[in-house]
Design a protein around this ligand. Sequence first.
Ligand code: FA5
Length: 346
Amino acid sequence: MAHSLADQISTILHEFDSRIHAATTLEQLETIRIHFIGRSGVVSSVMDALKQASLEEKRLYGPQVNTLKNHINEELERKKLEFITHLQAQQEKSARAFDVTARIWQPLHGTLHPYTQVIQELEDIFISMGFAVVDGPEIETAEYNFDALNIPADHPAREHHDTFWLNVPGLLLRTHTSNVQARTMRQATTFPIAVFAPGRVFRNEALDASHEFMFPQGEIMFIDKNVSLANLMAIAQSFLQKFFNKQDLKIRVRPGYFPFVEPGLEIDGQCPFCTQGCSVCKRTGWIELLGAGLIHPRVLKAGSIDPEVYSGFAMGFGIARIAMIKYGINDIRVFHSNHLPSLQKF
Ligand code: FA5
């Protein structure tokens, strides 16, 4: 018995020393701990055996088993600390290798297209002035785009609209948002009629810094009894003041020709950027902004409205043009260029 206890103690010691020496992870240390000093580990079975031994053997081997147990405990603790210190050192090292000045790629955020943003801004302005926002078709009949607007087939004004005709006779891509005029009049059941119609229009013309073949326009139409040029000018001035954020912005009016209005006007706005003249207003202090006029009696009739009872005004403008002025863009082609640095200004 004595011999076998002594053997057991020494075998356990050697086995433990070699296993702990080979251990490389905390998990392995735990397995070793359970195997040697766990509740049913090998040291427990030696202690059980010692309980059966004689008093003399207990005196001799008891302290040896205790020393063995202490040795195992201490070694496990020492090795554990060693592993943890090593792990911490590794973590610190990798933290130090983190370059806080390194460039991070910022995620690209999508935004609404500048045209959409400007149209929303215009809609807010006109809604605040009591206008309803209406839509018109981009594929239009010659009737609404031309005839109902007092531009019959033989009218020279048709020549000025470089029209994209479709293969279907009588159909075209609308050349202006004025196509909503007669459509809206025919649908109206109550007065006043007050509408704002933004949307895309198409013209088959040569492209340059201020001309696109597809661009947005805005149309404003107001019809009631006794509508006058004074009403037109008040709305035009108020709209431009709001859009350019300049409460004292003045307008001036020149004669202009559009077959669907009589009299027809060109409305200029005071340059919102200068008092003396700058490059935006070509040193004149004024910028051409709106085509307008009192709706021609023939157009009212085409819209089933009696010109003896009602009158109205209409205004139209290039949304791209006013957006370019407001946001300092000097080439209209930027809007459909997919050129991110320019588009991201919005
Ligand atoms: C018209 O289209 C009229 N329907 C406006 C109108 C409405 C007058 C109601 C009277 C009453 P005009 O052809 O001038 O008018 O075009 C209006 C604006 O559209 C121009 O001032 C310009 O800003 C813009 N525009 C015209 N052609 C182009 C183009 N190719 N590219 C970009 N913008 C354009």
